[in-house]
Ligand binder design. Structure first.
Ligand SMILES: Nc1ncnc2c1ncn2[C@@H]1O[C@H](COP(=O)(O)OP(=O)(O)O)[C@@H](O)[C@H]1O
Ligand SMILES: [Mg+2]
Length: 325
């Protein structure tokens, strides 16, 4: 049982912002965490992609960011991992599947009613390429906005043919999604931000992707509801998408000062092992205020601990590569 008492020495297996900054081998021996933060700030401001870039996958990795709990960091993780991957030289598409359109807000793209969005593609069958727009702040990052129309999609899709496979068809019909045939401009990653439910939209996402990323908030109730999520994944694997793998678990909003957070992170690691990224995302005000400026923390405050940890998480995802089946 974990308590909320303050503990100045979290378990060594949990990597914090300071460790991340200190341990990056790509920086000179003399580089301090502060210098590293400054360097990422300068590179992000000047529009340069952060060095060193990571190898591109051989084919587009479609990663579904899902957890039916609200407020666990799905959207924050989607947009910041996407932005970080773009800064690492990858071509990334974010598909906003949440009627609230929070990912669209954070990426600085319009998502009011009437903007061509995921809805038009999934429900009305418009090619995804026609509703894809470029993110204004970051080269290499594209977005399919999510509008309030998606709220109706859960019900409208019920009567549609092949209703679980609509997003799969849309994504894989995009000319920039696929293997070497899709050309040099192909997307390396497609990240799908799911709404906080296990309805038809999330089901569409789970059918569309080969990988799933689950953000887990380092809070007391974090693991509650996870069983139901994993049962849904098993159901999807058995009937709709045998390729689906939970490849990535990311512990978010980690407060290194509490035993509670360390305890949750530990429990998640015991349960999921290698699927859990070594990097945890700290709770940070800069992360939560970035969307109100229409930005990710990766451009809003690139030197902040939240940004450096998302950069490291993205690097881990890229260097682990797609799961082998
Ligand atoms: N690392 C973090 N530090 C501080 N606040 C965070 C962090 N990650 C997420 N938040 C905040 O928590 C809230 C829920 O996050 P969000 O990504 O919208 O969750 P979800 O998409 O799962 O509902 C938002 O207000 C967000 O700004
Ligand atoms: Mg969200």
């Amino acid at each position: 049982m974990v308590s909320r008492e303050t503990d100045p020495s979290p378990p060594s297996r949990v990597r914090t912002a300071g460790d991340v900054a200190a341990a990056d081998p790509s920086f000179d021996d003399h580089t301090t965490p502060l210098a590293r933060a400054a360097e990422h700030t300068v590179m992000a401001r000047s529009g340069a992609r952060t060095r060193p870039s990571v190898p591109r996958p051989e084919r587009t990795r479609v990663m579904v960011v899902a957890n039916q709990k609200g407020g666990v960091g799905k959207t924050t993780t989607t947009v910041n991992v996407a932005a970080a991957l773009a800064q690492l030289g990858q071509r990334v598409l974010v598909v906003d599947l949440d009627p609230q359109g929070n990912a669209s807000t954070a990426l600085g793209v319009a998502h009011h009613r009437g903007v061509p969005s995921t809805y038009e593609s999934v429900v009305e069958g418009l090619p995804l390429a026609e509703v894809t727009t470029e993110c204004p702040d970051l080269p290499g990052l594209w977005v399919v906005p999510g509008t309030i129309d998606l709220a109706g999609a859960e019900i409208e899709l019920v009567s549609v043919v092949a209703r679980e496979g609509r997003l799969h068809r849309a994504i894989h019909g995009h000319p920039r999604v696929g293997g070497p045939d899709a050309g040099d401009e192909r997307f390396d990653y497609v990240l799908v931000d799911c709404p906080p439910s296990l309805g038809l939209l999330t089901l569409n996402a789970l059918v569309s992707g080969g990988e799933m990323m689950i953000p887990i908030q380092a809070e007391y109730y974090a693991l509650e509801g996870l069983g139901q999520l994993l049962e849904t994944v098993e159901m999807v694997r058995a009937h709709l998408n045998p390729r689906l793998i939970v490849s990535t678990i990311l512990v978010t909003m980690y407060d290194g000062r509490t035993r509670l957070a360390a305890g949750v992170a530990e429990e998640v690691r015991e349960h999921f092992g290698d699927q859990v990224l070594k990097t945890t995302i700290p709770r940070s005000v800069r992360v939560s205020e970035a969307p109100s400026y229409g930005q990710t923390v990766m451009t809003y405050d690139p030197g902040s601990p939240g940004a450096l940890c998302y950069l490291e998480a993205a690097r881990e995802i890229a260097s682990k590569g797609a799961p082998t089946r």
